[in-house]
Ligand binder design. Structure first.
Ligand code: FA5
Ligand code: MG
Length: 452
């Protein structure tokens, strides 16, 4: 098979990331454009909005109970990113259309959960040096092949957190009354709040959100869920209070928050927390009761607990009123100079440069195959990757504007509209035409489409 998903970093040569090299193979699809983002560590740049957001969230998970960490190297094994967490072999997230592979056994992590096992394993050692540290937060850059628009970027940041409790040696698995009451005790240390939270579903639902019956009692899971929910509600309330203050709107609508049922392969029961923001429910984070098999496989079979994962950009965009996710990567002083450590302020957009819309229409290969041998199935993310590779941050979004199947030949035609717009300057006609021509040519070369 040839590498058709984005430009290969090297066909047979090595892929070098942060000074380490990895052998490339036919799984390799991490492009130079993507790899150029590795190592920016924006979350450590104390005056950067991502770092300010990190600090604000970390302040809600303080020591000595929580250690606050970061993981600078995004290269992880497919085992840690998927297998260990119980992702089935056919899970769509594993596909090369969705994930950046360094090679067959190695990926750019798609979520911070890739580090869960290491952090759980570390708990036993921590017990001797920092006995009170039974939880953590970890921030890191994560990578996903995805659509192109103002709220999606192939690199973003997640923060993960977890909190574990150790069952006493005497505590039989399913009669964890002692553990449950210890968790209820800990919950008393988290002050209650007065925001109304919609939470219509039972903690445990036999089909939709099951108890891990082999390992947990309902009583224990009620306690873990209560601790998890209050911890996360407080964090979200803190953030949105800061956001409202910065917006300076005196008659802010009261904050609306709700819990919805969710599914993750490594938690059960699982939830998502949503916040009503500017007329829409916005998903802030995913979380749940950690699968006991994962803890058993991470040398802490006697511990139980919760974990969550959230997207930092989503929160930073509304805290600072940042309208386009590409701005986080800007090196323009007009952007960077607006933010100061510890301060939540509204971003003042510098002038918006003109958009330049260009369409590309093409016929897909017919299902029967091509002259090159074997039809390559078309996946929209491959199209997105070509655009990113050619034009990088000069594209604001890419939208499918037309799609039809020819009634006689059965061939499918697609038309995408690419919005070329720099955040920093006006693009020349010549420049956009050249970029667009390159996109067209690469679509033919890599995806095998026929231009119309
Ligand atoms: C996860 O990545 C899970 N690892 C979260 C988790 C951790 C669940 C621990 C249970 C326990 P998800 O793909 O939904 O789940 O992403 C989590 C959060 O990251 C989302 O709620 C959202 O805030 C953010 N996020 C996801 N995709 C994007 C994106 N393309 N751009 C910006 N933020 C995103
Ligand atoms: Mg989600």
């Amino acid at each position: 098979a040839n590498v058709h998903s984005g430009s290969p970093v090297g066909k047979k040569s090595d892929v070098t990331i942060e000074g380490r090299s990895y052998p490339a193979d036919q799984w390799t699809n991490a492009t130079e454009t993507i790899l150029s983002h590795v190592g920016r560590r924006l979350y450590l740049d104390e005056n950067h909005p991502l770092a300010i957001t990190r600090k604000l969230i970390e302040s809600q998970f303080p020591s000595p109970v929580y250690g606050n960490y970061s993981e600078p190297n995004p290269v992880v094994s497919t085992a840690n990113n998927f297998d260990v967490l119980g992702f089935p072999p056919d899970h769509p997230g594993r596909s090369r259309t969705d994930t950046y592979y360094v090679n067959e056994k190695t990926v750019l992590r798609t979520h911070t959960s890739a580090h869960q096992q290491e952090y759980f394993q570390r708990m036993n050692k921590n017990e001797k040096t920092r006995p009170e540290e039974t939880g953590y937060t970890v921030i890191a850059d994560v990578y996903r092949r995805d659509a192109i628009d103002r709220s999606h970027y192939p690199v973003f940041h997640q923060m993960e957190g977890a909190r574990l409790w150790k069952r006493p040696a005497s505590e039989p698995l399913k009669h964890a009354a002692h553990t449950a009451s210890a968790i209820w005790e800990d919950l008393k240390n988290i002050p209650a709040h007065d925001v109304v939270v919609e939470d219509p579903n039972p903690t445990i639902h036999p089909e939709r959100n099951p108890l891990q019956v082999e390992y947990h009692s309902a009583e224990e899971v009620e306690a873990i869920a209560a601790h998890l929910k209050r911890s996360l509600e407080r964090m979200v309330i803190k953030i949105f209070t800061e956001a409202s203050k910065a917006a300076g709107d005196a008659q802010q609508e009261p904050l609306k928050v709700r819990w919805v049922e969710a599914y993750f392969p490594f938690t059960s029961p699982s939830w998502e927390l949503e916040v009503f923001w500017q007329g829409d429910w916005l998903e802030i984070l995913g979380c749940g009761v950690i699968k006991q098999e994962l803890l058993n496989n991470s040398d802490v079979p006697e511990r139980v607990g919760w974990a969550f994962g959230l997207g930092i950009e989503r929160i930073a965009m509304l805290l600072f009123n940042i309208p386009d996710i590409r701005l986080f990567w800007s090196r323009d002083e007009r952007f960077l100079s607006q933010f100061k450590a510890g301060q939540i302020t509204r971003f003042e957009p510098f002038s918006k440069y003109p958009a330049c819309y260009k369409d590309v229409a093409f016929w897909l290969q017919s299902a029967g195959g091509s002259a090159a041998g074997g039809a390559v199935p078309f996946h929209e993310n491959d199209m997105m990757e070509i655009v990113r590779d050619v034009a990088g941050d000069l594209v604001e979004d890419v939208k499918l504007v037309d799609e039809f199947t020819h009634p006689k030949t059965g061939r499918k035609s697609m038309c995408y509209r690419i919005n070329y717009r720099s955040l920093e300057r006006t693009l020349t006609n010549k420049e956009t035409n050249e970029l667009h021509e390159q996109v067209r040519q690469k679509l033919v070369e890599r995806v095998g489409v026929e231009l119309r």
